[in-house]
Design a protein around this ligand. Structure first.
Ligand code: 5U1
Length: 696
């Protein structure tokens, strides 16, 4: 190695060690001036001899330029989310379920603060940071490595004995102090401030230009792993966290170990009391079964592990005045009453609207215009009106309430169609269907959304204008749009809004946005069947069901002609969803939209049906409770799954069968309440015996 190369190597190590001390240990080791001199010297060496630049050089933290989009990343191991608990009773339930599941003594839990940021994954290969992505839908995220590199607490290279592959899962967040500083500076520059640290973190990672992200004060804490190769992971989660720390990864210092419900509640109380003084926002604490082999035994259900839970802090609340109640019409016509509020800050965010959910909720709250109300927001959910302060209700001279109770209108404010309330449902719906512009707009917004057809450049404002000016009626019309349509529409929208863009003043016509949109629409023509099915907006067909349907039927025509019975055979599809699907495809105008999409060149690969779930229990969701004498619950679950059943952890309307062993408790009560079939162990053994014979 040349003397320059040796010096560059030395400088990189000095800077990495100083970053670690400063950003992770909060214990700076060198004065800023010295650090700056090292950086300058390294930059000069690399400028003179570019071959000296390495991927882990600190000069490469802000490298590359703005990109036009983020690439997709398939997670090697899915990124799970967490179930929530909001009360001691729910935590006690969790502890009991774990105890039942592992059938042993009181286990240890790793207990950690729940950082209010954005979940990400970092992939290190032979110690070098090579990939970084957002969670996305858990299976596929977005490649934001260029932005993640700018975060100084994320090491570009692991220290010590580097494993072949280590995927690190954790949270990117914006420290409170950095958030305050950033906003003060943004205001001074006349820019819009960030709403709160969480939005600040999420928005910063979604910047297409890493130079912008580099100016945002972001940090990172690790809390788990994904794919691991070439490393013996510790047997407990808490020891594994220490292993990560030894590799140079930052951990939340409040993480520790606790036992039993009293230990968990004591931790919750302690962190709750410290919450305001912590340097980052947290929205709860996380409890994880510490023994990793037991975690594996419990596995996960849907997208969340059975062995962990987030215990959330109570929502934040504030008082304000209800100025009006409006109604909004959703994609399926559902009418949501919305409270228009005197602006109020709740947990750092200015709230002006809050949901009132439905008319039953309004009646329960007895909320009226003019009332002083408590507004609540929890994490990133939509703020809601929690209750009314009746003592402050404005009264008429005779002491009666000044304002009348609210009634849902009988006519849709958007399209004039009748609003109906279905028997037994709390929701009222506009009956206008796609005749109603509000429903049409929502259907288009959903169709274009990232997880559906992913049409880049088609935001809500554009959809509103496209519908309002009559350029688009159905989703298929999007594929017929031409450049001059879009330019003409924009001109009409500008006239309506009374704005004359700079370009128009200069006698030019701005078409770049329209070209980009047409490009985005064109790109969405090649897609997948599951995306199309999700995008069509069939009620109760979410992403997971769309995926199942695509897999099960292989092609759209087979699905469109499926009978209710055939639909019911699909795992997870029950009577409601099957009738929604069949009803959707029975409508002529829906079939016409599909034909128009195909005619416009929207295409997806079709394949053979994949119906791997077979057996006498296919399509059945079975729950096991109580203890069985002949085998463990895991074994019983595996036997049932082998016969096609889906084994679930809790009883709901979707449960087909409950197998109740000795000392079955609340699940048995609930199953009886819901009229679900219940088998005892003898019935289970008899069934297994019969069906094992027939399959042998
Ligand atoms: N502290 C912490 N936050 N957090 C979030 N741990 C943790 N673990 C998570 C998530 C989503 O997930 C794993 C348990 C799967």
């Amino acid at each position: 190695m040349s003397s320059r190369a040796l010096r560059a190597d030395e400088l990189r190590k000095l800077i990495a060690a100083a970053d670690h001390a400063y950003y992770q240990l909060d214990a700076p080791t060198v004065p800023d001036a010295e650090y700056d001199r090292w950086m300058l010297e390294l930059r000069a060496l690399e400028a003179a001899e570019p071959e000296l630049i390495t991927a882990d050089s600190p000069t490469q933290r802000v490298a590359g330029r703005a990109s036009s989009t983020f690439l997709e990343v398939q997670h090697a191991v899915p990124m799970l989310s967490l179930n929530n608990a909001f009360s001691e009773a729910e935590v006690a339930d969790f502890v009991r379920r774990i105890a039942e599941g592992i059938g042993g003594a009181e286990p240890d839990f790793s207990v950690e603060p729940k950082i209010d940021g954005l979940a990400i994954t970092l992939r290190y290969e032979d110690g070098l940071l090579v990939q970084g992505a957002t969670r996305g839908d858990g299976a596929t995220g977005e490649d934001v490595i260029a932005n993640l590199r700018t975060i100084r607490s994320i090491p570009l290279r692991l220290t010590g004995q580097a494993p072949e592959v280590l995927e690190v899962r954790g949270e990117v967040y914006m420290p409170k102090a950095g958030f305050e500083r950033y906003n003060a500076e943004a205001l001074a520059r006349g820019e819009k401030p960030l709403a709160n640290p969480r939005n600040g973190a999420a928005g910063s990672l979604r910047q297409l230009d890493p130079r912008i992200t580099a100016k945002r004060p972001l940090a990172f804490f690790a809390y788990g792993v994904g794919e691991v190769r070439g490393l013996d992971l510790a047997e407990t989660h808490s020891a594994m966290l220490r292993q990560m720390r030894d590799l140079g990864l930052p951990l939340a210092p409040e993480a520790t170990v606790a036992q039993g419900i009293s230990g968990l509640m004591a931790y919750y109380a302690r962190i709750g009391a410290e919450r305001d003084t912590l340097p980052y926002d947290i929205d709860g604490v996380v409890y994880k079964l510490d023994q990793r082999s037991l975690q594996e035994r419990l596995g996960f259900l849907s997208r969340a592990p059975r062995w962990a839970i987030a215990h959330k802090f109570p929502a934040q609340e504030e008082l304000t005045t209800l100025e009006a109640i409006d109604v909004q019409v959703g994609r399926t016509g559902a009418i949501t009453p919305v409270a228009r509020l005197k602006p109020v800050r709740v947990g750092g965010v200015v709230v002006t609207n809050a949901t009132l959910h439905n008319i039953d909720q309004i009646a329960r709250l007895d909320v009226r215009v003019g009332d002083t109300v408590v507004v609540r927001r929890a994490g990133d959910v939509i703020p809601e009106v929690a209750r009314v302060v009746l003592e402050r209700r404005p009264l008429a001279v005779d002491g009666s309430p000044l304002n009348a109770s609210f009634a849902i209108p009988t006519i849709c404010p958007e399209c004039g169609s009748a609003i109906e309330r279905v028997e037994g449902e709390a929701v009222s719906r506009c009956t206008g269907g796609l005749f109603c512009p509000a429903q049409r707009k929502q259907a288009l917004i959903h169709f274009a959304s990232r997880r559906a057809m992913d049409i880049e450049g088609l935001g809500e404002r554009l959809v509103e204008d496209l519908v309002d000016f009559g350029y688009v009626e159905t989703v298929a019309d999007l594929y017929r749009l031409r450049l001059d349509d879009l330019v003409a529409m924009k001109r009409r929208a500008d006239e309506r809004d009374g704005v004359t863009p700079e370009t128009v003043k200069q006698g030019k016509i701005a078409t770049r946005w329209a070209e980009n949109l047409l490009g985005g629409i064109d790109q969405s023509r090649s897609t997948t069947l599951e995306r199309v099915l999700f995008a069509l907006g069939i009620r109760d067909v979410g992403e997971a069901t769309a995926k199942q349907l695509a897999r099960w039927f292989g092609g759209l025509d087979a699905l469109m002609s499926a009978s209710i019975e055939e639909l019911l055979a699909v795992p997870d599809v029950g009577p409601v969803v099957s009738s929604r699907i069949a009803g959707f495809f029975a409508e002529l105008h829906n079939r016409e939209v599909i034909a128009a999409l195909r005619a416009a060149g929207v295409q997806w690969p079709e394949g053979m049906p994949q119906r791997t779930v077979e057996g006498p229990l296919a399509g059945k969701t079975v729950v096991l409770t109580g203890s069985l004498a002949a085998f463990s619950r895991d074994e019983a679950g595996a036997r049932l799954e082998a016969l096609g059943a889906k084994v679930a952890g809790s009883v709901s309307k979707k449960t087909s069968l409950l197998v109740a062993g000795e000392a079955a408790g609340s699940k048995l009560d609930k199953a009886r309440e819901l009229g679900i079939d219940v088998w005892d162990e003898a019935a289970l053994l008899a069934f297994l015996a019969t069906h094992s014979e027939s399959s042998a």
